[in-house]
Design a binder for this molecule. Structure first.
Ligand code: AQP
Length: 331
């Protein structure tokens, strides 16, 4: 083991990976991967808090892992795996459930949002989702968790749970820090720029899938909701324009101020076209790699099988320590 710090992050295989997931999470994973020991999971256990079609879920899990690699994640240097292949995630989640309060979980905004969207299926998994996420992170003695701002509250809970457990049993878990990007922390829906771009949005025009073809990307940006002021500026209340400027800045790796200057005096039509073009260029190499990787299933199988073995080894060390502290008899 080297002395690099550890990163854990994941995306749940629901819908399709969006530009929001890419800019809020994946792009940063790629940027950080050489400086950290990275563990990237397709967090399939999380996805069943909402009903899934089994055949579609299996295919989507594979597609997501392939897209991680296509985005530039090095699956040999880093660990890539499916969460359900490492039972320690569920085992630790149970333990942490017993160190988490109902009151804490009821304050989670994602639980409130999702239970209002799925009123016919407010299951216990939806409620305890943040505890499983805490287990995902704490199992690997993670230093840094790169996420979008929507996950900040869950991350803070993971920290609280770690501190609480350590308070009773000594230094068992590392208390993780979040890594939240400045420009792309919260990419908004193109159709309702007051809510976040979400991969299970029933309105496909609200999100860009990172596999969308250039015409689709152009069309979706063309339809993006803006305002009637006609001025390209970044300020309170200009949700649609702010979102386009944020996307452009994140894709071109420049500050929002610089993007505003670049578009000064132009109209919304030009802004949308230029943002669309920048996104198309950003995604093109990834889409080409994705098409190649899809022809190489054996390689992908090898990566996730070995990834799960490596992850399980690391996870077992933490779980053993937890079980000893709790007073369970050694296996
Ligand atoms: N709109 C977003 N802007 C920036 N970052 C985002 N992330 C998600 N949406 C945005 C980040 O992507 C990572 C993976 O997200 P997730 O799979 O854990 O689920 P989520 O946050 O619940 O994302 P979705 O897209 O809204 O999924 P559904 O629709 O299934 O609920 C996280 O790091 C997240 O911050």
């Amino acid at each position: 083991m080297n002395d690099k710090k550890t990163i854990f992050s994941g995306i749940q295989p629901t819908g399709c990976i969006t530009l929001g997931n890419y800019l809020g999470a994946l792009k940063n994973w790629v940027n950080l991967q050489n400086d950290y020991n990275c563990i990237f999971s397709v967090v399939d256990l999380h996805s069943i808090t909402v009903r899934q079609d089994s055949a579609q879920l299996r295919k989507r899990c594979m597609d997501f892992l392939t897209q991680y690699l296509a985005c530039g994640i090095d699956g040999e240097e880093n660990i890539v795996f499916f969460q359900s292949h490492v039972p320690a995630h569920s085992e630790l989640a149970w333990v942490l459930n017993c160190f988490t309060y109902m009151g804490e979980l009821s304050r989670m905004t994602q639980f409130k949002d999702k239970s209002s969207k799925h009123a016919d299926n407010i299951n216990a998994g939806l409620f305890t989702y943040p505890v499983l996420m805490a287990a995902d992170i704490l199992l690997y003695q993670t230093d840094l968790v790169p996420v979008g701002i929507d996950q900040k509250q869950h991350l803070e809970l993971a920290r609280d749970i770690a501190i609480r457990f350590n308070g009773v049993f000594g230094d068992v878990f590392k208390v993780p820090e979040g890594y939240i990007p400045k420009e792309a922390a919260r990419i908004m829906s193109l159709q309702d720029p007051t809510s976040k771009m979400s991969k299970s949005d029933p309105n496909v025009n609200g999100f860009i899938s990172i596999l969308d073809d250039p015409d689709t990307i152009r069309r979706k940006f063309k339809r993006a909701v803006t305002d009637s002021e006609g001025e390209i500026a970044f300020r309170e209340g200009k949700h649609g324009v702010n979102n386009l400027l944020n996307i452009y800045s994140a894709v071109t790796n420049q500050s929002v101020e610089k993007s505003v200057n670049e578009f000064s005096g132009l109209g919304y039509g030009e802004l949308k076209e230029r943002v669309a073009q920048a996104v198309i260029e950003e995604l093109r190499p990834m889409q080409e790699r994705y098409a190649d990787l899809c022809k190489n299933k054996d390689y992908i199988n090898k990566l996730y099988t070995e990834g799960a073995q490596r992850a399980a080894y690391l996870a077992s060390k933490t779980l053993r320590k937890v079980h000893r502290k709790l007073g369970y008899v050694d296996r």
